[in-house]
Design a protein around this ligand. Sequence first.
Ligand code: S3P
Length: 424
Amino acid sequence: MKNIIPPNNIKLRGSITIPADKSISHRALMLASIAKGKSVVNNFSNGKDPLSTLSVCKNLGVNIEIKENNTVIVNSYGHFSAPKSILDCGNSGSTMRMMAGILAGQNFNSVLTGDESLCKRPMKRIIEPLSLMGANISAVGYKAPINITGANLHGIQYSSKISSAQVKSCILLAGLFAQGVTTFKEPALSRNHTELMMKYMDADITTNGTSSIIRKSELTPRTINVVGDISSAAFFMTAALIVPGSDIIIKNVGLNPTRTGIIDVILQMGGDIEILDKRVESGEPVGDIRVKYSNLKACVIQGDIIPRLIDELPVIAVLATQAEGSTTVKNAEDLRNKETDRIFAIVHELKKLGADIKDTPDGFIVNGKTTLKGGTATETYNDHRLAMSLYTAGLICQKEILINNFDWVKISFPEFETLMNSLM
Ligand code: S3P
């Protein structure tokens, strides 16, 4: 439970450093675990999801040590060993879907499971293509637990109907162990951290637009410096844009173009946002972001931009309540398959706070600008991004709000509240 009591006349001022990217942390640990030798992952995320990946890799016999300052040392024989128990992925879809790709091509059996939410999420999207590669993989009703009997895989040419980085990564990871060539094509480009990190670790992978081509390869162990998470930064960008008088700098934010849809939307809405000191870290672009309170106007969000901001849509709904006009989100039906049905959840909860918002089958429509009244209890649906989106909305509510099960924030961003407080 969490009470948000907006202090009178708060302004957000100052600078924060954004903690490690969750998606990159998962990939760093997985790829380091199958690269023979010693890899070092600096600035590994301490969210519960990446820690699920870490414990699954440990369970598969990899020697992993966590040092101070979130540095992780991985010593690998270059392959996994049969697990001693069922592999628990917790709440993490990335852990389950990507690990399934690696495990399908090993010479032992394994079972992947997760919490109540993860065991309800669709797994057909990975089971079908992996089966085409010769994997022996099954799950009742295509829902976890997933049973995998290790098999010899062969490459396929796969054209995915959905743009999902988890599905793409699963197939590319399987392709690392498959005979021949594996080609994956998606309708619009989803986050490409797997492709970039595989290249950085010498895998035989090439990319061309929305296609990736991979051949069986061995990885070179490396030092990976994980950049800050733009999906975590999104709550602070939104907070600064909607709390009058705010002016903040968010440091060390990953700016991979497959993740920066939120910045494009803010610019389209007329938000005052500026990128400072752009640089490259372990193959990923990174920079600092300055954001100021702004008068916003509505916009339409649809098509190829959706995978570039899929995780930011709940907080974009909050942003849209403060934009003049009607903001429409379309083509985002996969939001219903996340940790919870995020279309239902954000619409239901923001309505309680006084927003003019309605759901559609593949998105939502928000009419702004509205005063958020607050004065009510809200639910997180045990979803970290709902928790942080509601907290952000709470900053501009006229009356205090209560957020039940706020603790789920720890899935991706345990430092969220401390950092927000440091700006007040
Ligand atoms: C992720 C991909 C996205 C995203 C998730 C993390 C990843 O999921 O929603 O939080 O790390 O690859 P989909 O690939 O299912 O869209």
